[in-house]
Each structure stands twice: as C-alpha cells, then as structure tokens.
Ligand binder design. Structure first.
Ligand SMILES: Cc1ncc(C[n+]2csc(CCOP(=O)(O)OP(=O)(O)O)c2C)c(N)n1
Ligand SMILES: [Mg+2]
Length: 390
C-alpha cells in the first residue's frame, strides 16, 4: 500500500472549513503611499511640534554618531538620515507598556522611546551586551541578524495576549529583510494567531548595494500582507504625521484584538549603508538629490511654518536642544569604556565548552604576551576602525 492509499493519510480535497476569500481586492494596501503633509488635513499642533523636535534631534544624533566612528569611538554606525520620520513617528505611536523590536538601523526609534542615547550605541561600540535593560525599557536589543527580531516580536506579543496583558509589539525591518525566511514565518504565525504585532518595513531602497527591484517582484512590500491574511498599509515614510497616524491605527487595531498589520514606509537611505560602505559605487548623485528634496525634516518644518506653529526662534531652539544632546553624547562617548576581553566568553553558553575554554585561554595568553612585550592591545576597543553591520 502506498502512502496515498492509507486511509486518512492525505486529504485529497481541502478540509471542509477551508475556503478562499472571494472579495475582489482582499486586504489590498493603499494604491498610493498615505500622506498628510501639504494636504491641509486636520492635525494636532502638539504632536506636530513634538515630532519636529524629535526629528531635529534624530538628525543630529545620526551626524554625531557618524563623527564618532571617524574618531574611533564607535566601531560602526548605520545612519538613518532621511529615515528620521519613519523611525521617530513609529516609536511615538507606542504606549509605554508596548514593546519595540528594532534592527541595527533603528537607533532613533529607541532614543525616541526615551532610552539613554549612549546606551543605545553600546552594541555598535562593540560591547557584548545591548547597553540597556530590554525588560525595563521594553526595547529588544538592536538586532543585526536580519529579520530574526520579527519572530521574537510575535512570540512576545502572543505570550502577552495569552497572559491577558494589553501589550502591542512593534517589529521593525528593512526592505532587504523581507526576503528572509524569518519574515515569512513571523508574518504567518502572527496572522494565524492574530497576535498583537505591527510590522514596519522601512523601504529605504537598498539592502546595502542591492536595490529593491532585485529583491522582490511584488507590486509593493505592503502587498505581501495579502498572502498572510492581514491588512497592508503603504505610507510616505518621510511624512512624519502620516507615519504616526498609520502606525497609531495599526497599534489600536492590534490592541483591540484585531490582529497584525504590515506597514511599508517608503523612504530613502540618504547616507551610505554604514561608515564602511561607499554608496557612490551603486547609485547616482541625482537619485540622492531627488530624495534630499523630499527631506522629512524640511517637509515637517515647512508645514509647521505654514500653520504658524514654528518661527525662527522655534527653529533655533530645536537646533539648540539637539546640539546640547550631541555635546553630551560626545563627552560621554569620549570616555574610554572599561572592557574585560574575557567577558566575550562568559555568555555564549550556559555551560562553557572545551573549545570555548581553549579560545579563552589562547586570548588570555596572547594578551599577557603583548603586555609583557609592551606592545599592548587596545583593550578599551577605542582604536577600532571601520567594520560594518554585517
Ligand atoms: C541573516 C543575515 N544575512 C545577511 C546579513 C548581512 N547584511 C547586513 S545589513 C544587510 C542589508 C539589509 O538591508 P535592509 O533589510 O533593506 O535594511 P537596511 O540596511 O536598508 O536598513 C545585509 C544583507 C545579515 N546581517 N544577516
Ligand atoms: Mg533597506
């Protein structure tokens, strides 16, 4: 008897409860990215001002962190200049009890959530830990392996719901990350379980040097939601109030038991992938200039001025606050971190292995020999140059 002949082994017809969704445009995302700036929409003045202050601060944070890589104070920095609105407005749509699952590029989202700007840079400085307490801050460590933060977010959100906690998880990923198996698994589970998760794809045009067209044949990344059975939303990622509105709606929907949403924020990575990348090798200056003309900070500033909510003094005040943050960041990052190289081995496994002990011993002997010879390795890790977020 073959497997197919075994009674009940295979159902040759779909199970009786299954039926396709027959509505003509099931769950299709917005045809055009959702926009609010320049449309005359009714918007909350307090929110607009808050977004502006955070965007200006975020831009300055990116500049300062990039400068710190050149001074050897930071191993690597993936700048999100051009993406400030997507990151900040999304983070501000969360309640304090919610969770954020960021990628390596989402430093501004973490800072906008109120995290210590120096602690947010710990991993990028080369430390072995995330710098902040994920449980206390409800921000998972910045995640470098692409898309692995997504199933974590789904697991946390599902568990919270089973426990009766009123918590939503915001999981952030790049356009390139959508090609990962983890993206598929996370979205599938989230939809089947109706987990309270919002997936935010920041489509910044590139996965390092690979443009989106070489990454997907889908009409948009938001369309991928259809196949999982969740709503897909498309938003102008450089329009801070629009991002805030779309994210707030998705968060409210998840909190009310309506399940997950996939949001694609269309934006652009104005700087190189990291300080270790040369973006002129794979894109033109004209393309970058076109996106600079659609700058999220400038767009919001223009809107605030037109509404009479911002004047020269307001602009100077926001710049002063950002400068103050940057000066403190510089000062604190200039202090040598006290690092014990042996820490590297302490948290790899619950019980260490012979191989790990051997490696630890080799490093110890190497450092001891260097110390004796007086050649001294820079154990503070401040002399590192380059590296990238791979
Ligand atoms: C699982 C995995 N594969 C490959 C990499 C190497 N890598 C680091 S960043 C990156 C590009 C990611 O692009 P995208 O998801 O669009 O995010 P962006 O950097 O544009 O924010 C790649 C391939 C990685 N970090 N993890
Ligand atoms: Mg990208």
């Amino acid at each position: 008897m073959t497997v197919l002949e075994q009674p009940g082994a295979y159902r040759l017809a779909p199970p009786p409860a299954w039926r396709p969704r027959l509505d003509p445009a099931p769950l299709l995302p917005d045809a055009e990215p959702h926009r609010l700036l320049g449309t005359g929409a009714k918007l909350d003045a307090g929110l607009l001002r808050e977004l502006y202050g955070e965007l200006v601060r975020g831009r300055r944070y990116n500049e300062q962190a990039t400068a710190l890589t050149k001074q050897g104070r930071l191993a690597v920095y993936p700048s999100s200049t051009g993406q400030e609105a997507s990151q900040v407005a999304a983070a501000l749509a969360l309640e304090e009890r919610d969770w954020l699952f960021p990628s390596y590029r989402d430093t501004l989202a973490a800072v906008a959530r109120g995290l210590d700007p120096v602690e947010v840079l710990s991993l990028l400085r080369g430390d072995w830990h995330s710098g902040y307490d994920p449980r206390a801050t409800r921000v998972a460590p910045l995640c470098t392996p692409l898309a692995t933060q997504l199933p974590h977010a789904v697991g946390l959100a599902h568990a919270a719901r089973l426990q009766g906690d009123d918590v939503v998880a915001l999981a952030m990923v790049g356009d390139g990350g959508t090609s990962e198996g983890d993206f598929h698994e996370a979205l599938n589970f989230a939809a089947v379980w109706q987990a309270p998760v919002v997936f935010l794809v920041q489509n910044n045009g590139f996965a390092i040097s690979v443009p989106l067209a070489k990454q997907t044949a889908a009409p948009s990344l938001a369309h991928k939601a259809v196949g999982y059975g969740m709503p897909g939303r498309l938003v102008d990622g450089n329009d801070a109030p629009a991002v805030h509105q779309v994210l707030s709606e998705a968060v409210a929907r998840a909190r009310a038991g309506g399940g997950p949403t996939l949001v694609e924020a269309v934006t652009y990575r104005v700087e190189a992938h990291t300080n270790a990348d040369d973006a002129t090798r794979y894109r033109t200056d004209d393309e970058v200039a076109a996106w600079r003309a659609h700058d999220p900070v400038a767009l919001l500033e223009r809107e605030l001025r037109e509404r009479g909510l911002l004047d020269e003094e307001g602009v100077r005040e926001a710049a002063r606050a950002a400068e103050d943050m940057a000066a403190k960041l510089r000062e604190r990052m200039n202090a040598d971190a006290e690092l014990r190289p042996a820490d590297l081995f302490d948290h790899v496994f619950a019980r260490d292995t012979a191989r790990l002990r051997e490696q630890a011993e080799r490093l110890r002997a190497e450092l001891e020999a260097e110390a004796e010879a007086g050649t001294g390795t820079d154990t503070a890790g401040t002399g590192s140059e380059g590296g990238d977020a791979r």
